[in-house]
Design a protein around this ligand. Structure first.
Ligand code: SIN
Length: 330
């Protein structure tokens, strides 16, 4: 990767978009990393850019990673297909977006299954968690490289939500997860699955009344600007499958593959250590920017837990009782 000189304008644009700037040399193999998040403080942006920095320095002359954030290359609906077609080599989609491939990742979506992110990280290090990382490898072409945590999720809406009955009759944007859809229905609200890139506009125009996400997504996508407030429900995890294709891995020499996989693993470990701090920073950023955060008393929080707990039973057979037990008890 050559050092390049940037005009102030192009540097400012790149920083705003959270883009890792790479200028690949002619002999280098270009590796495209597409994702849907943005800003500079988002854990996925930080991890993807760190991967690019490390590969582009340590494998200089061989591989050159270019990061395309903010759905600028592929959005939610196209990225998995693009990976199989070889149009992109690296992705980190939310685990909630794999429902058409495997119901197993639904375990990560079960409401209140993880007390916090440390609990979720512990689960990913158990035998069941490690086996689950390979669930997509069953589908020819996909290879799971690691779990990247993003944060716990919170509900925002055009009105303050303190107890689940406040959400009755409202329409919430969700990812393409059957568990999330069932959870919203359990609140007496309507779920509407929608691509991440469309959420701000849908909240602004009233196509939906609310959404659920991490502090990092709510801040970097400015959802707080078009919502009354965000309630600290901590009801669900958002995590990603950092993944590649078997075709890409097979195309590398043994030495390059080993080095790339080592960097990918180290970046994954470091990324998961950074997440709690990134979430705290983005929560503070929302408040600084004028967004409202609504905290719950233990009794109010318990109402959310009670309302959503029937969802587990509904997905017990698809996900597997043992897997649910392993995650809950990790
Ligand atoms: C992401 O963090 O990758 C997107 C999450 C969402 O679709 O809500």
């Amino acid at each position: 990767m050559k050092k390049i000189s940037l005009t102030l304008t192009s540097l400012a644009l790149a920083l705003t978009a959270g883009t890792a700037i790479a200028n690949c040399d002619p002999g280098e193999r270009v590796v495209k990393f597409s994702h849907v998040t943005g800003g500079t403080t988002h854990p996925k942006v930080v991890a993807a850019n760190s991967l690019a920095d490390r590969v582009n320095t340590e494998m200089n002359g061989k591989l050159c990673v270019e990061v395309f954030p903010n759905s600028t290359l592929f959005g939610d609906s196209k990225e998995l297909e693009a990976l199989l077609l070889g149009d992109v080599q690296l992705l980190a989609p939310s685990l909630s977006k794999f429902g058409s491939y495997t119901p197993k990742y639904g375990v990560f979506d079960l409401p209140f299954i993880f007390k916090d992110m440390d609990h979720a990280i512990r689960f990913t290090k158990t035998k069941e968690g490690k086996d689950l990382l390979l669930a997509m490898d069953e589908y020819a072409g996909f290879v799971g490289l690691g779990y990247w945590m993003s944060g716990m999720k919170y509900f925002s809406a055009g009105k303050q939500l303190t107890v689940p009955s406040d959400a009755e009759g409202l329409k919430f944007r969700v990812q393409t997860s059957d568990v999330s859809k069932a959870m919203i229905s359990a609140m007496g609200a309507s779920p509407q699955a929608m691509a991440f890139s469309e959420v701000y506009g849908a909240l602004q125009t009233g196509v939906v009344d609310g959404q659920e996400n991490t502090w990092s997504n709510i801040y970097t996508k400015k959802f707080y600007e078009v919502q009354d407030s965000t309630t600290e429900t901590n009801h669900q995890l958002l995590a990603y499958l950092f993944m590649t294709s078997s075709e890409f891995l097979a195309s590398l020499s043994t030495a390059d593959r080993t080095q790339f996989l080592q960097i990918a693993d180290e970046v994954t470990q470091a990324a998961n250590l950074n997440v709690k701090a990134a979430e705290a920073t983005n929560r503070a950023n929302i408040i600084k920017a004028g967004g409202k955060v609504n905290t719950l008393t233990p009794a109010q929080r318990q109402e959310w837990v009670d309302t959503m707990s029937p969802v587990w039973k509904k997905f017990e057979n698809d996900i597997g009782k043992d897997l649910i037990k392993a995650a809950a008890g990790a």
